[in-house]
Structures are given as C-alpha cells and as structure tokens.
Design a binder for this molecule. Structure first.
Ligand code: ASP
Length: 332
C-alpha cells in the first residue's frame, strides 16, 4: 500500500492487500491493549484532534482511547460548546484547530463529503469517522477484524446486511470491505430502505429475511436511522420488526456457528430483540473492543509508520515514562 495520507473511504486502502495490512497491524495493537498498562510510545509528540458535528459514543471514545494508548496528545471539539453555535464555518473551525498544531483530525459530520473538504483545507491527516450516508471506514475495519477473529476469514463467507441500508454509511463501507476480502453480501430490506440505484454495488438483494437467514455466516443488523429519514419509509416500527427484526424465533433459523453483528447504538426491540443482542453468537461487545485496536492501527499508519509498516520494537515498548506496575500489583 502507498503511504496513507488520509482515511476517508475504505477505498483509500487500495483493495484487499491494504486492508489486510491494517488487520495485521491491528493484531499488534490488540496485544498492546491486553497488557497491564496498555500504552506505548509510538505517537509521542503527535496530537490528534476530534471534530465531531454529530453525536457519538463508541467512535469518539474509541479514537480518543486509541490516541492515548499510542501516547499522542488529544484535543476534543464538540459542536454544542463551540463557536459553531456563533456561526463559525467548517473551514474556519478546521483551520483554527490546525493552527493549534495537530497532526490528525478525526471528523464526523452529517454531510457526506465533509471530511474530504477538511482534508483539502488542512495539512494534517484526516480520518473519516462517519459522514452522512456516505462512509464509516474504521467501522468496516473493526467489523472485518471481528469476523476474522470469530470465523477465521472472510473469503467465501455469506453476509446478510439487514435494514436501513439507504441511510447507512456503515453499509457502504462494509459492502466495500466485505466484498474486497471475498465475501458475498445480500442486502435484506424493504424496497424503501434500499438505495434507489444499486448499479455498481457488488451485492444481491432480498426482501425475505426468513429465507436468507439459514444460508448466512453473518447477519449484520443496521440501526433504523430515524435522524436521516425525511419521510415515512416503513408503515410503523412494529411492522418493520415483524418482517425485518432479528427476533428470538428468527435467530433460531441461523446456522450453527453463524454470528450476529450490529454497529451500535442498538434499538433493542426494533432491529434486534434484547435477548438476541446478548447471545454468545452476538459480537457486539467484541466489535467495540476491537474498535480501539483498529483505530490505533489506523492512527499509527497515518502518523507513525513512515515507510516501515511493521511497528518497531521501540514503538511497541513499554512506555519508559510509565511505572512498570503499580506497587500493589507488584506485591500481588
Ligand atoms: N454508529 C454508527 C454510525 O455512526 C451506526 C449508527 O449510528 O447506526 O454510523
């Protein structure tokens, strides 16, 4: 893979080889995350700012945890307490943050293409943390990592992506990522929740979840994106659940070993039954856990790797400024 300047789309990784490289690097950072002190000096002296114009729990905390575990400094911007409230534009806000000396800006925005615009204005690396209906590349990478961890690989796997595909940036990035690594994807949704034009999407479609479930290795449920819907696209949430929700009865149709995924936040009782979310087949907590290591890998590739993609022993060494163990742990 050519040196990575920004991560705006899964396509920036240049296909299967680049994606595999991020997944391999993630293995190193999973190992770091399991240490008693999960912190390494890899990005000491670098600063990572998060610029979030939309709500987030997982993605924001996970990028901040990733940056801190790499010993980078972090800066956090939140629209509700910033000068955006006074009318400051995205461009001026990005330039202001850059003027404070940042190396990477992690951007979430409700407009598709906003991270790309920021990348055209600043010298720092930009990571797309979700833009409108467009893409959410680090979500796709953590999904891939989780599937690989649970099922051993993507090649030849069949994945059903179920629900509000039309408004889902996760679906776009996931379809690109899953198919790049050799999986087959079936989108399962009512016609109103599929994109009107699927030309160029390497997918099958179905409106019959019950028929698809026994044949898949992964069922990936999407949240109903009510904040992005401008019209009533389903008669009611109850009817949506009746046809497309992963109820306990439907989960019983899954093949042995199949897994259930969801990017969060879940609408328990809408796209997924509460009991199903907590089954051993559900990977939802693993996805969140893997998200930190995947984002460490992405930040490392952008800011720390140079031409050497394998983290040096120094980069992964215990942080020399950290005490090795707290005294209580040494005594224990
Ligand atoms: N957290 C994901 C996103 O930001 C999925 C979702 O919100 O449904 O796109």
């Amino acid at each position: 893979m050519a040196p990575l300047r920004h991560l705006l789309s899964i396509e920036d990784l240049g296909g299967a080889a680049g994606i595999e490289e991020v997944l391999r690097l993630t293995d190193s950072f999973v190992e770091v995350s399991e240490r008693a002190i999960p912190r390494v000096p890899a990005l000491r002296g670098k600063t990572v700012a998060s610029l979030f114009y939309e709500d987030s729990t997982r993605t924001r905390l996970s990028f901040e945890a990733a940056a801190k575990r790499l010993s980078a400094d972090t800066m956090s911007f939140s629209v509700s307490s910033s000068s955006v409230k006074k009318g400051e534009s995205l461009r001026d806000t990005a330039l202001t943050i850059e003027a404070m000396g940042v190396d990477a800006i992690v951007v979430r925005h409700s407009s598709s293409g906003a991270p790309q615009r920021v990348a055209s204005w600043v010298g720092a690396s930009v990571v797309n943390a979700g833009d409108g209906w467009h893409e959410h590349p680090t979500q796709a990478l953590l999904d891939l990592y989780t599937i690989r961890q649970r099922l051993g690989g993507l090649d030849g796997r069949h994945i059903a992506v179920v629900g509000d595909v039309k408004h889902s940036r996760v679906a776009r990035s996931d379809v690109l990522a899953f198919t790049a690594l050799g999986a087959t994807v079936t989108l399962v949704a009512p016609g109103t929740l599929l994109p009107p034009d699927l030309t160029g999407w390497p997918v099958e479609t179905s409106h019959d979840l019950d028929a698809v479930l026994p044949n898949v290795d992964v069922v990936y449920l999407l949240r109903m994106q009510r904040e992005r819907m401008t019209e009533a696209l389903v008669p009611s949430l109850r009817e949506y659940t009746a046809r497309f929700g992963l109820t306990v009865r439907r989960a019983g149709r899954l093949a042995d070993g199949a897994i259930v995924m969801h990017p969060g936040p879940m609408n328990r009782g809408v796209e997924i039954a509460p009991e199903v979310a907590d089954l051993p087949a559900s990977t939802i907590v693993d996805q969140v856990r893997n998200g930190v290591a995947v984002r460490m890998a992405v930040l490392y590739l952008l800011l720390g790797a140079g031409t050497d993609r394998v983290p040096t022993t120094d980069a992964l060494a215990l942080d020399p400024e950290e005490p090795l163990r707290r005294p209580a742990e040494v005594d224990a």
